[in-house]
Design a protein around this ligand. Structure first.
Ligand code: ADP
Ligand code: MG
Length: 639
C-alpha cells in the first residue's frame, strides 16, 4: 500500500495556518505538548495492561519518552512506547479537532494579535488541548510512525507539511507506540540541540512521571534523563516546595500563571490517598461551556484511571483541578462510575471539605498583618474568578456544606469604600449598630441600581449598612439563607418594615381616606397601598410582598425567557406621609378633586416603577406627564 493523500478538516487548517504564520516568543512549548501526549499514551497503556495480556509489546524494558536529535539532518524525534494509534485514530485525532474550543482559541489569538501581544498564545495552546499541531510552529514537515497496542491493528505512517493535506500509509513500527519526527524549519534549527531541549523539558515537563531521555543520534553517549520524573503528589507535602508545586500545576493545566491556591495532603486512615489540588487565578476559558469533561486526574496506585474524574467533586467546584491518587480504589473502577463508587464518594467528600477549609484559611484573621493581607488579596482574586460558583455551591449544597461555605461569601455593601470593597457576613455583623437586629440586603441589577432604590433611605438615616446583591445567582443564594450567627437576613425592599419611626406624626398627612381610595384607583396593578417607614426623601416606593418573588428576580426571569410567560409578582406601593406631594394628594382626595388626584396617583406608581426598573410602558407614562403639564400650564395662564 502506498501513501494516500487526505485533506485536513477546515478547522484544522485554520489552526495550522495560525501555527505556521505566527512568530511566538515561546515556540519551545511544542516540546511540552508532544511530551505530554507521549506521557498520556504511556499512562493509557499502563491502564490497559492491568487487565489485558494480549497487547502488542513495548520493545523496551523501561517504558518512557525518548527525544533524539540529529543535528546534521536537522530533525528532532519524540518517541514513546505508549498506547499508539490505529489508522482510524490517526485520522480522527490528527486530521480533525475533537475539541470544541478551537474557534474560541482562534478568536482569542486574533484578539491578542490585534493588541500586538501574542505572548499568551503558546500558553493557550496547552489549555485548548490542540497540542499536537503546535509541532508546526517549529517543523516544516512532521512524520508520525505509530502502532496501536491493539493486537490486530497495523502500523501506520502519517506525514504532513501542514498545508491543506496529509498522507496516510503503511507504517514500519514493530512495537507499540509512536515516533514523531520533526523536520525543523530553517528558522528553528536552534532546537536541534541537546542542551536546549533538556532545559525545555526541565522547565515544562519536570514532573511528568515517566522518564524523558534526551540523546544525540548516532552518538556513543547514553541518553540522559532530563526530568526528575517524580509523582510529586505522592511525596510528603513538607517535601514539596512552592516552586515545584507551581511548575507541576502549569504542566498539568496548561496555565501560564501560578495557581492562587495549592491544597496538597496525604491521608492514611481510614482510606489511603494523596491529593494535590489547585485553584487557578482566573477563569479557564471553558468554565461555562456545558458538557466538558472536568474534575481532577484520578490515579489508582499511580496508574492513571481517568484524566477527569467526573463527579468526584461537586459541579460547582469545577474550577478545582489537580491529581488524586488512592491505594484503595480498584484498577477496574469504571471511569463512568466514579460517583457511584463508595470509596470515591468518601474521598470526594473529604476533598471538598479540605478545599473549603483551605479557602477559609485565606480569610482567617491569623498570623501577622502582612500575611493576612496577602491571603485576603489571594482570596479576593479567587472570589473574583469563582465567586459565582461558590455562591452556586451554597445554593445547591446540603446544610453541612452550607454551614462551611457561609463564611466564604463576600459582599459589596452600601458603605463600601470606593464602592468595591468586599466584606464577609462576619465582618458585617461586627459592624452592626446596637439597635440593629437584622442583616439587611437588597438585590438589584447593579450597584448603581441598588443605590437608587428609595427603600434605602431609612437605612441611610439610621446608618445601617446594607449588602448589595447584584449577581443573578444572588437571588437564589439568598433564598437559601435565613440567618447568620443568629441574625436574620432581611431584604430592605420586602414586606412590612418594623423600624421605629422616630419622627412624630404632627407634620404628616392623615392617610385614612387616601389609602383605600388609592388602592381602588390602582387595583389590579398593585397588591396594596400602605404607609411607609422606609422613605425620608421620596414620595413613594414599590416593595415586594412577603410571599411574591422580588422585582429583581422577575427581571432576571424575564431576561432569561426573553419576555415569554412570566409570573407577575403583585407588589405593594408604599407612600411617605411626610412628603409634600402625599400631603397634597391627601388634601385633594378629601376635597373630592379626583380629576387631579387620580392622574397624580398613576404618576406616583409610574415613578416608583421607573426607579426599580419595572416600568414596562414608558410611552403611557409620557402621555400622563404630558396631560398633567397641560393642566398645570392652563391653570397658570388662568390664575
Ligand atoms: P490532547 O492531547 O489535548 O487530546 P493533542 O492535539 O495534543 O490534544 O492530541 C490529540 C490526540 O492525538 C490525543 O488525544 C491522542 O489521542 C492522540 N495522540 C497524540 N500524540 C499521541 C501519542 N504519542 N500516542 C498516542 N496518541 C497520541
Ligand atoms: Mg496533548
Amino acid at each position: 500500500m502506498s501513501a494516500v493523500e487526505h485533506g485536513f478538516k477546515a478547522e484544522v487548517q485554520q489552526l495550522l495556518d495560525l501555527m505556521i504564520h505566527s512568530i511566538y516568543s515561546d515556540r519551545e512549548v511544542f516540546l511540552r505538548e508532544l511530551v505530554s501526549n507521549a506521557a498520556d499514551a504511556l499512562d493509557k497503556v499502563r491502564f490497559l495492561e492491568v487487565t489485558r495480556s494480549d497487547l502488542v509489546g513495548a520493545g523496551t524494558e523501561t517504558p518512557g519518552v525518548r527525544v533524539e536529535i540529529d543535528a546534521d539532518a536537522k530533525t528532532v524525534t519524540i518517541e514513546d512506547d505508549g498506547v499508539g494509534m490505529t489508522e482510524d485514530e490517526v485520522v480522527q485525532y490528527l486530521g480533525t479537532i475533537a475539541h470544541s474550543g478551537t474557534k474560541e482559541f482562534a478568536k482569542k489569538l486574533a484578539e491578542a494579535r490585534q493588541e500586538g501581544t501574542d505572548e499568551g498564545a503558546p500558553d493557550l495552546i496547552g489549555q485548548f488541548g490542540i497540542g499536537f499541531y503546535s509541532a508546526f510552529m517549529v517543523a516544516r514537515q512532521v512524520d508520525v510512525q505509530t502502532r496501536s497496542a491493539e493486537p490486530d491493528a497495523k502500523p501506520v505512517a502519517w506525514s504532513s507539511e501542514g498545508a491543506g493535506t496529509y498522507t496516510l500509509g503503511e507504517g514500519d513500527r514493530e512495537h507499540r507506540g509512536t515516533r514523531i519526527t520533526l523536520h525543523l524549519r530553517s528558522d528553528a534549527d536552534e532546537f536541534a540541540d541537546k542542551g536546549r531541549l533538556s532545559s525545555i523539558i526541565r522547565k515544562y515537563s519536570n514532573f511528568v512521571s515517566w522518564p524523558i531521555l534526551v540523546g544525540d543520534a548516532g552518538s556513543e553517549e547514553a541518553p540522559d534523563q532530563a526530568n526528575e520524573g517524580k509523582a510529586l503528589w505522592r511525596m510528603r507535602p513538607s517535601e514539596v516546595d512552592d516552586e515545584q508545586a507551581n511548575a507541576f500545576y502549569k504542566q498539568l493545566s496548561g496555565d501560564w500563571e501560578d495557581p492562587a491556591l495549592t491544597v496538597h495532603f496525604k491521608v492514611d486512615t481510614p482510606l489511603q490517598y494523596s491529593a494535590m489540588l489547585f485553584v487557578p487565578r482566573r477563569q479557564p476559558y471553558n468554565l461555562f461551556i456545558p458538557n466538558i469533561d472536568r474534575g481532577p486526574r484520578l490515579y489508582a496506585k499511580r496508574v492513571l484511571i481517568t484524566e477527569h474524574a467526573k463527579g468526584l467533586l461537586p459541579d460547582w467546584m469545577r474550577f478545582v483541578s489537580g491529581v488524586v491518587d488512592s491505594e484503595d480504589i480498584s484498577l477496574n473502577v469504571s471511569r463512568e462510575m466514579v460517583q457511584q463508587t463508595p470509596v470515591l464518594q468518601k474521598i470526594g467528600e473529604a476533598l471538598q471539605k479540605r478545599v473549603i477549609k483551605e479557602l477559609g484559611r485565606l480569610l482567617a484573621k491569623k498570623g501577622d498583618e502582612e500575611t493576612q493581607q496577602k491571603n485576603r488579596e489571594t482570596y479576593e482574586t479567587i472570589w473574583e474568578a469563582f465567586g459565582t460558583l461558590i455562591k452556586e455551591g451554597y445554593y445547591h449544597s446540603g446544610p453541612d456544606t452550607r454551614d462551611r461555605l457561609k463564611d466564604l461569601l463576600l459582599f459589596n455593601t452600601r458603605a463600601a469604600e470606593d464602592g468595591d470593597e468586599l466584606i464577609t457576613l462576619a465582618e458585617y455583623v461586627e459592624e452592626m449598630e446596637e439597635d440593629q437586629d437584622a442583616i439587611w440586603y437588597i438585590t438589584a441589577e447593579s450597584r448603581e441600581a441598588a443605590l437608587r432604590n428609595p427603600s434605602l433611605e431609612a437605612f441611610d438615616k439610621k446608618g445601617w449598612d446594607v449588602l448589595l446583591l447584584t449577581d443573578p445567582v444572588d437571588e437564589w443564594m439568598i433564598s437559601a439563607f435565613s440567618e447568620f450567627e443568629g441574625k436574620p437576613l432581611k431584604s430592605v425592599s420586602r414586606g412590612e418594615l418594623e423600624l421605629d419611626d422616630e419622627d412624630d406624626d404632627t407634620d404628616k398627612a392623615d392617610l385614612t381616606g387616601l389609602l383605600p381610595w388609592m388602592e381602588e384607583t390602582l387595583s389590579g396593578r398593585v397588591a396594596g397601598v400602605r404607609k411607609s417607614v422606609r422613605l425620608t426623601d421620596s414620595a413613594a416606593v414599590l416593595v415586594d410582598s412577603d410571599d411574591g418573588i422580588s422585582s429583581n428576580m422577575e427581571r432576571i426571569l424575564k431576561q432569561a425567557n426573553q419576555g415569554g410567560m412570566m409570573p407577575s409578582s403583585r407588589r405593594i406601593l408604599e407612600i411617605n406621609p411626610g412628603h409634600p406631594l402625599i400631603k397634597n394628594l391627601a388634601a385633594l382626595q378629601e376635597k373630592g378633586a379626583m380629576e387631579v388626584a387620580a392622574p397624580l396617583t398613576e404618576l406616583l406608581l409610574d415613578e416608583a416603577r421607573l426607579l426599580d426598573g419595572s416600568l414596562d410602558e414608558p410611552a403611557a407614562m409620557g402621555k400622563r406627564v404630558q396631560a398633567l403639564l397641560e393642566r398645570v400650564a392652563e391653570q397658570a395662564v388662568q390664575g
